[in-house]
Design a binder for this molecule. Structure first.
Ligand code: GGG
Length: 332
């Protein structure tokens, strides 16, 4: 029995998470889902966006499945990643058949450092009209994220991928912080002679994900850069509705779609559940349930190629109808 903490969060989180749960239940794997609250609505109700009870549940479960954060994102999802010390934010960028993508051969992973950078949240108003934010980059956190990225590239190489890690930074301007980041990247590379290592400037990288996305395997970058880059990358493979993520640490795993609460479409039942379902697939692999994970991915591919989708991908199904199509195929 896998004990999973489920936090739907705000907006479309309340629609895409039940859709993913329906698909997870179709696998027949025994789950205990423990529901916990967080987000804007909870803040309105209790005056706190991430209640202690939710933190305790997240800490005691085997994994967390999270939906979407709204205005309280910094106090909910960013804080939860810190509390669970899920230092690697893994964001696959993959072109699925049946989805209009920039190219058919896009298949790489963005690894975003999850615990520091500008998202450390050290901000201040030092005088009227003068504000600052402190960008924290440490050798320790950089070393562990690079090890993670190289290990991931090693695993992917076994599956036939190139075996390359690309570090995206801005060391020519942020000389001290990204100077350290880049230095540690090549220091860690010394232990991975069988994996290619290259570095690019983050602004150029933003162009390369459009002009030559097929040349990347594992891309590693700092927190804010990774957040921005991965939304752009999602746009090349069908949009945010298809972008999953895994937050991985040594003790905990938290799985969530890359998208937020999308208040413009919340409550309409038209949100694409794919990103959350693919996040659940990542969760199953984390739990060692590889067969079920592959089965869901295959069913999803079939549903996408048949056009049985929500309106963002040109179909006319609701969130739950699309999930049903996937679940039916998983149950076969
Ligand atoms: N499911 C992810 C989510 O709710 N994202 C909203 C957001 O603002 N996230 C900030 C981040 O990913 O760091």
């Amino acid at each position: 029995m896998h004990k999973i903490c489920v936090i739907e969060g705000d907006g479309i989180g309340k629609e895409v998470v039940p859709a993913a749960i329906r698909v997870l239940e179709a696998t027949g794997i025994p789950f205990e889902f423990v529901y916990a609250e967080a987000g804007d609505e909870v803040y309105e109700k209790l005056g706190v966006a991430l209640p202690e009870e939710t933190i305790e549940t997240a800490l005691e479960c085997e994994a967390v499945l999270f939906g979407a954060a709204g205005e309280t994102a910094a106090d909910v999802i960013v804080k939860l990643r810190h509390i669970l010390d899920t230092y690697a934010n893994v964001r696959p960028v993959k072109a699925y058949k049946g989805v209009k993508c920039l190219r058919e051969d896009i298949d790489y992973i963005i690894v975003r450092e999850n615990t520091e950078g500008l998202y450390k949240g050290i901000e201040a108003e030092i005088d009227e009209g003068i504000t600052t934010a402190t960008r924290v980059i440490t050798e320790k956190a950089s070393e562990r994220i690079f090890k993670f990225a190289y290990e991931l590239a090693k695993d992917r190489k076994k599956e036939g991928k190139e075996g390359k890690v690309t570090c995206a930074h801005k060391a020519n301007v942020l000389k001290i912080t990204d100077g350290l980041f880049k230095r540690v990247f090549y220091k860690v590379a010394e232990n991975y002679k069988d994996i290619k290592a290259e570095d690019v400037y983050i602004d150029a990288m933003n162009m390369y994900i459009i002009t030559r996305p097929q040349t990347f395997d594992v891309v590693v970058t700092s927190n804010l850069f990774g957040d921005i880059l991965s939304d752009g990358a999602a746009g090349t493979v069908g949009g945010l509705g298809l972008a999953p993520s895994a937050n991985i640490g040594d003790e905990h795993g938290l799985f969530e779609p890359v998208h937020g609460s999308a208040p413009d479409i919340a409550g309409k039942g038209i949100a694409n559940p794919t990103a959350t379902i693919l996040s659940a697939v990542l969760m199953l692999r984390y739990l060692g349930e590889y067969e079920a994970a592959n089965k869901i991915e295959k069913a999803l591919e079939e549903v996408l190629s048949l056009g049985l989708t929500t309106p963002d991908l040109g179909g006319n199904l609701t969130t739950m109808q699309m999930a049903e199509e996937i679940a039916k195929r998983v149950e076969l």
